[in-house]
Design a binder for this molecule. Structure first.
Ligand SMILES: Cc1cc2nc3c(=O)[nH]c(=O)nc-3n(C[C@H](O)[C@H](O)[C@H](O)COP(=O)(O)OP(=O)(O)OC[C@H]3O[C@@H](n4cnc5c(N)ncnc54)[C@H](O)[C@@H]3O)c2cc1C
Length: 327
């Protein structure tokens, strides 16, 4: 059996978890191994409907009220407990911040190695994996041994794809033994910032700003454009280092990996550490004064000019068109 650890928001699997399910389904195809999934918290049972389109036959629900809030050690304990009991050949999770942390806890408890950030997985014993190292600038081929193979899938290594056929999903609840010690670190709802902002990882449009934006205030034009495009604002590390934007907005190796339909990179040079965070974007539009900036060569479209002049003109045009009633 292959077990997918599925992260969800009130029963809706995250996009990265759908990628994990797609990879897991590909792995079981042509074998007689079933694909099963694990969600944490009773609210995760609502995922069953979507999971039936991804070939899942059994949904294991770690049902304990104390697990509803994110608690990395306790969630890792739930993964380890189910893996010990069900003995899947592989447990595969996302390489999101949470996925990586939970799978690492599970590995430590089971005294098993974890192959993180995999882009390819070839069944067998040992399991053969290709994984991203150094922020994706190096691909490593590795062999993974152990009774249960623990892996995480690199974000956007594959595209999530539902199956044309649906499966009947059996729901099985279990209560992993959780100690107070497992719950020492928890993310409580009252301390979670609800900014109402579209998350960078999920946004279809990201307007990113770099040092070339010039100041924290300069981001107002990027915010305006992102608002028109129902997108969100990101930034480079130069910008977070300067204190213009919070780290949560940073795109890149040490920030968030994004996969929007459109990434508008404003005043960003295109350093490798930035590009590893946005290379899954379907289209990149660069706005830069320097035609020889690395990002211009990597972009699908480029406007060579001052970001403030360009964005002022674009926003003014959108404002004008919005003011004119259509038809
Ligand atoms: C271990 C490590 C991890 C890192 N992780 C990250 C990461 O996660 N994310 C990340 O972004 N970086 C990361 N970096 C830093 C990275 O190497 C670059 O230093 C950073 O991305 C540069 O940011 P920038 O493009 O905004 O600034 P710069 O490189 O200074 O580029 C500014 C750009 O703006 C243009 N410009 C200037 N004025 C204007 C204007 N008025 N209009 C239009 N264009 C203008 C310039 O031509 C230039 O291309 C990391 C570095 C290391 C060593």
């Amino acid at each position: 059996m292959i077990l997918a650890f599925v992260e969800h928001v009130q029963g809706a699997p995250t996009n990265l978890s759908l990628e994990v399910l797609t990879m897991a389904r590909r792995l079981v195809q042509g074998t007689d191994e079933p694909l099963e999934a694990l969600v944490i918290g009773e609210s995760g049972t609502a995922a069953a409907g979507i999971l039936s389109s991804y070939g899942v036959s059994t949904l294991h629900v770690a049902a304990d009220d104390r697990l509803e809030d994110y608690a990395p050690a306790a969630w890792g304990q739930a993964v380890a407990e189910l893996a010990r009991a069900a003995q899947p050949s592989i447990v595969i999770g996302t390489a999101s911040d949470r996925g990586g942390e939970v799978m690492a806890h599970a590995g430590a408890r089971m005294k098993l190695a974890l192959a993180a950030n995999c882009t390819e997985i070839v069944l067998g014993d040992p399991l053969r994996v290709t994984r991203q190292r150094w922020g994706g600038s190096l691909l490593e081929e590795a062999r993974l041994t152990g009774e249960v193979k623990l892996v995480t899938l690199a974000p956007h290594a594959i595209v999530a794809e539902a199956s044309p056929t649906r499966t009947e999903v059996a729901i099985q609840r279990f209560s992993p033994p959780i100690s107070d010690r497992d719950l020492r670190v928890r993310l409580l709802p009252e301390v979670q910032a609800d900014t109402g902002k579209i998350s960078l990882a999920q946004a279809r449009v990201v307007v990113g700003g770099g040092r070339g934006v010039g100041s924290a205030e300069g981001f107002a034009e990027l915010e305006e454009l992102a608002g028109y495009l129902r997108g969100t604002v990101g930034c480079s590390r130069a910008v977070t280092s300067l204190g213009w934007r919070p780290h949560a907005d940073q795109v890149g190796q040490t920030g968030t990996r994004i996969a929007p339909d459109l990434y508008i990179a404003c005043g960003i040079s295109g350093a490798i550490q930035h590009m590893v965070g946005c290379r899954a974007a379907k289209h990149i539009l660069a706005i830069n004064t320097d035609a020889s900036a690395p990002i211009v060569a990597q972009a699908d479209y480029a406007v060579i000019g001052d970001v403030h002049k360009v964005l002022a003109a674009v926003n003014a045009e959108i404002r004008k068109r919005k003011a004119v009633p259509v038809g």
